[in-house]
Write a protein that binds this ligand. Structure first.
Ligand SMILES: C[S@@+](CC[C@H](N)C(=O)[O-])C[C@H]1O[C@@H](n2cnc3c(N)ncnc32)[C@H](O)[C@@H]1O
Length: 248
């Protein structure tokens, strides 16, 4: 256990530097402290159970938490990336149910991991579903899951996993639902916010931002044209409204 921990710290120092290693260490300690609370522990246990049930039920493999150090990632933004952990199916469905009319929109998952959010999204009438992910192994895994997924309630069958960086991903045309489950730190999220705002200035259209574990919500809050709407705990929802006539 101690050797495993020392190896992880060493690899993190080499790959991601001292600042990130300290931040990640602090986060891990905070999570460990929270886990000691019986209520948090119980909630986490039932989330893990739901996670495994999702995989068993739909014939896929998305459960589990993995550090980014386990993967092949060629990106200057590695240090600002958050570990792999799939979205809780109940949370995802609750967020989508409160997102309003999204028929015909394109769903984009920034940091798609093994594709759990993409698979869940296919139960809604999206015109297409795109996931962008920078870890090669996770991209292969997500593609495999898309092929294996068996769900009679699947409505959207146009699913594409793109290997790439969220910071440089170009938005597809048309109305969009942009989904984030705790994928990015402040620097990369700030770039994503800019990349979303700029094309909107030229081609205004409906955009809904769904952001779970919204550590950088302030970056979306107060952006011109984006209005916040209520959603579940631990998440934020923003709708872009200026397509209704006013220019940015
Ligand atoms: C918490 S997981 C979310 C997984 C998935 N969206 C879901 O809801 O099941 C965050 C994911 O973001 C990916 N990620 C982090 N930074 C990224 C970046 N700059 N570009 C693309 N993917 C990134 C990680 O590799 C990880 O798979």
């Amino acid at each position: 256990m101690i050797i495993k921990l020392a190896t992880r710290v060493y690899r993190s120092l080499r790959q991601r530097g001292i600042r990130h290693t300290l931040t990640a260490g602090f986060r891990a300690l905070r999570t460990a402290a929270q886990m000691c609370r019986p209520e948090t522990w119980r909630r986490r246990r039932s989330a893990q159970l739901r996670s495994r049930q999702f995989d068993k039920h739909f014939g896929v493999d998305t459960a589990g938490v993995q550090s980014l150090q386990e993967f092949t990632i060629v990106s200057e933004n590695l240090a600002d990336g958050v570990r792999y952990e799939p979205i809780d199916p109940d949370d995802f469905r609750a967020m989508l149910n409160q997102a309003g009319e999204i028929r015909g929109y394109t769903f984009v998952d920034f940091g798609a991991g093994k594709g759990r959010a993409m698979l869940l999204a296919s139960e809604w009438p999206f015109s297409q579903i795109v996931g962008v992910e920078f870890a090669s192994e996770l991209v292969s895994h997500a593609r495999q899951n898309v092929r294996q997924y068996k769900n009679p309630r699947q409505i959207c069958h146009r699913l594409e996993v793109v290997e790439g960086d969220a910071a440089t991903f170009r938005l597809p045309p048309g109305p969009l639902v942009l989904f984030f489950y705790n994928p990015l730190g402040k620097e990369v999220m700030a770039r994503v916010v800019d990349n979303v705002r700029q094309p909107l200035a030229m081609e205004p259209r409906p955009v809904v931002v769904l952001y779970h574990t919204c550590t950088e919500r302030e970056l979306w809050n107060g952006q011109p044209g984006f209005e916040e709407f209520p959603t579940i705990n631990d998440a934020a929802q923003f709708h872009y409204r200026q397509f209704e006539g006013t220019a940015l």
